[in-house]
Write a protein that binds this ligand. Structure first.
Ligand SMILES: C[S@@+](CC[C@H](N)C(=O)[O-])C[C@H]1O[C@@H](n2cnc3c(N)ncnc32)[C@H](O)[C@@H]1O
Length: 228
């Protein structure tokens, strides 16, 4: 991702939705300064601990921020990535507007997101039909399909994005897509354990290395450059 965004040594990179900080550490280890933000104080605390343990505290700073209402001035960052975050934000246009606003002209924005055209979905539909467990409550929206899942007693919104719609939206904000690559082929490794999980992880890795078409992957990495 850093290579695709052409991030030079010593650059400052925004990790928009850092979660437990795994990616912040990876980016910091590539000689970058990282600004790590998240809406959740619990996640920020967890990320701080992890970053400290990795010995990266001097190059990673933290801030509580909501992607739908960022406090940074316009054009604050040349390099922004958001890994598996906007998939949980129902007010997607607000988040994309804010991410677009804070990227500097000729800066880059990388989004790791779900893909509604993935092979996973027809397979899941067949499994649900056979098991008589239909998916209910799915909303068909301009940016893709979304659903509120029950997650540890709380509601969690999950998008299956129409990556073309996301791209078109960002084009209206002055971006052009520079890369669109497959992430994971399947997310089903999260639902299984043991040898099957290991095999699915290896399969995902292979699909990424073979550069299979992004359209079949359950997750995609999209990289955009701000040209206006
Ligand atoms: C699936 S986790 C991904 C975390 C991290 N990027 C990673 O890949 O490990 C999603 C993260 O997005 C954060 N998040 C959700 N909505 C957000 C919002 N509106 N503003 C900022 N962060 C948000 C959550 O708190 C959570 O840490």
């Amino acid at each position: 991702m850093l290579r695709l965004m052409k991030v030079p040594l010593g650059a400052t990179v925004l990790d928009a939705g850092c979660g437990p900080g795994v990616h912040s550490i990876r980016v910091a280890k590539q000689n970058c300064q990282v600004v790590a933000i998240d809406i959740s104080q619990t996640m920020l605390t967890e990320a701080k601990k992890r970053v400290e343990k990795a010995g990266m505290s001097s190059v990673v700073s933290f801030q509580q921020e909501d992607l739908t209402a960022l406090t940074f001035p316009d054009a604050s960052f040349e390099y922004v990535f958001s890994w598996g975050v906007i998939i949980h934000i129902k007010e997607i246009e607000k988040a994309l507007n804010e991410l677009s606003r804070i990227v500097a002209p000729y800066g880059f924005l990388a989004l790791y997101i779900t893909n509604k055209r993935a092979l996973d979905h027809p397979i899941e539909a067949i499994a649900r039909f056979l098991l008589r467990k239909p998916l209910s409550g799915q909303e068909k929206l301009p940016m893709g399909d979304g659903i509120w899942y029950d997650f540890n007693g709380q509601k969690l919104w999950v998008w299956q994005f129409d990556t073309d719609a996301v791209t078109k939206y960002l084009e209206t904000k002055g971006f052009r897509k520079t890369h669109h690559i497959i992430g994971e082929l399947t997310e089903n490794q999260r639902r299984v354990s043991g040898i099957l999980r290991i095999l699915l992880l290896k399969l995902n890795n292979l699909c990424y290395r073979l550069k299979l078409p992004a359209v079949i992957g359950s997750t995609n990495l999209l990289v955009f450059e701000k040209i206006k």
